[in-house]
Design a protein around this ligand. Structure first.
Ligand code: GLC
Length: 434
């Protein structure tokens, strides 16, 4: 079977009557940014399913505009912790009764996903235009949520209060902010993890990290997941460089859609100017020559070269000089025998080539980085980013994430984490169509 057919088959297998799971067992529900990337891939061969996928996601939107990180469409699925009972989204009266959901969000990818549907099918396609017009106000409401509930200092740069919101769950970025949680004096509810019995424990977060995740979940619940109380009380309060870059890219997409389809973008132009004006001064670090994430609680940058710091290229918010530093960083990794793009600085003692977000390569990140590099004219490097992912999938299969060191890959027969993974399939479909 060729790679595209294989990828389509995976998306078909992961389709659960209205939405796509990331992978069976480990992630048996609908995840926010996974779903966006899935729709990007589906759009190439099954428009109906792509639109249904997006509609399913928005069926879980809260009244305050929040688009949750997980929708639990089925209450019979028992293999996931924390499940809908544990999140108890009913503490917020604006959370839909069905589908039940988590109480946090994830990277706001749907703006550029919607734009890509319109680009693919054209503004003459009535079905797509009607669909886009229907989702547009909902998406605007979601962005409004980020600007009103998550921007305590009104900087146009929103905060997260849980590492899972970032999509890069156990990145070393979060070690210090999570360290601010006083576990000794905290009472945590009893819980049993499911992930370590479904995937290799050495590729998953540690128990101590998990306790901290549960602590923050409980804190969110206490504040109905939306209150200003979270900003006041959470020991973990971070302005993530990648998520804000993605928001800017999605804002831009919504503005393009609005002008093409003559839609009212409300306050979006205002939000977008503020975000863009403050982005570089908050996130660019002149010593590291890299974009870095900001620990708002402790008022300091988190000084690591981490994959999220490459995404500003995708948003077009880097200057040419900044983009050049980042392109040089990637070129150097390539020259040293790494596949692109490792999720963490390979020279840091915290780099771990196997464990989740502490080193390995992630397909959907390559997709954004590819487009970012192209935007700044680094076509050859972009091509390396694209073909590296294709090569890894050909060699090791459609896994969740991959080893970055070429010398290690030659000895491996598979990738890491879950197999038959949806965003891997989608990224491959889109890459092979570009
Ligand atoms: C992991 C990833 C997260 C993803 C989820 C489902 O939690 O860190 O980014 O959305 O799995 O694939």
């Amino acid at each position: 079977m060729n790679l595209i057919s294989h990828a389509r088959k995976i998306l078909a297998q992961n389709w659960k009557d209205g939405f796509t799971i990331p992978t069976s067992k480990l992630y048996p529900f609908q995840w926010h940014w996974d779903s966006g990337f899935v729709a990007l891939g589906l759009a190439h061969h099954d428009l109906d399913r792509a639109m249904t996928e997006i509609n399913s996601m928005f069926s879980g939107q809260w009244e305050n505009g929040m688009l949750p990180h997980i929708l639990f469409h089925s209450e019979n699925e028992k293999t996931y912790f924390p499940n809908y009972n544990f999140w108890n989204s009913a503490v917020n009266p604006g959370a839909p009764e069905f589908p039940k959901s988590s109480g946090i969000t994830q990277p706001p990818v749907f703006g550029f996903v919607l734009e890509s549907l319109l680009d693919l099918y054209g503004a003459e396609n009535e079905e797509v235009v009607n669909f886009v017009k229907n989702i547009f106000p909902k998406l605007l409401k979601y962005h409004e949520f980020l600007y009103t509930y998550r921007d305590a200092e009104e900087e146009g740069l929103f905060f997260i209060f849980h590492p899972w919101e970032s999509g890069r769950d156990n990145s070393p970025l979060w070690d210090k902010p999570l360290g601010g949680i006083d576990l000794d004096n905290a009472t945590l509810p009893d819980y049993t993890r499911r992930d370590t019995s479904l995937a290799d424990a050495s590729e998953r977060p540690t128990q101590d990290q998990y306790d901290r995740y549960v602590y923050l979940l409980e804190l969110g619940k206490k504040h109905r997941y939306d209150g200003p109380g979270i900003a006041r009380e959470s020991p973990f309060l971070v302005q993530d460089c990648m998520m804000n870059a993605i928001l800017i890219r999605s804002n831009e997409a919504l503005l393009n859609i609005a002008s093409k389809l003559h839609l009212d973008a409300g306050k979006l132009p205002e939000w977008q100017s503020k975000s863009k004006a403050n982005f570089s001064s908050k996130f660019w670090n002149e010593d590291l020559k890299f974009f870095v994430t900001y620990d708002q609680r402790n008022q300091q940058p988190i000084l690591y070269r981490e994959i999220g710091g490459i995404i500003p290229l995708f948003a077009g918010v880097a200057t040419k000089v900044q983009a050049k530093y980042i392109a040089d960083y990637l070129q150097n990794l390539h020259d040293r025998g790494f596949y692109l793009c490792p999720s963490f600085d390979v020279d840091s003692p915290l780099f771990d080539s196997k464990r989740y977000w502490r080193g390995p390569i992630w397909p959907q990140m390559n997709w954004m980085i590819y487009h970012g590099l192209k935007k700044y004219g680094y076509s050859e490097l972009a091509e390396i980013v694209r073909t590296d992912l294709i090569t890894l999938v050909e060699k090791l299969g459609f896994y969740e994430y991959f080893e970055a060191e070429k010398s290690k890959v030659t000895k491996l027969t598979k990738g890491y984490g879950g197999n038959n993974f949806s965003w891997t399939a989608s990224s491959i479909i889109d890459f092979l169509n570009s």
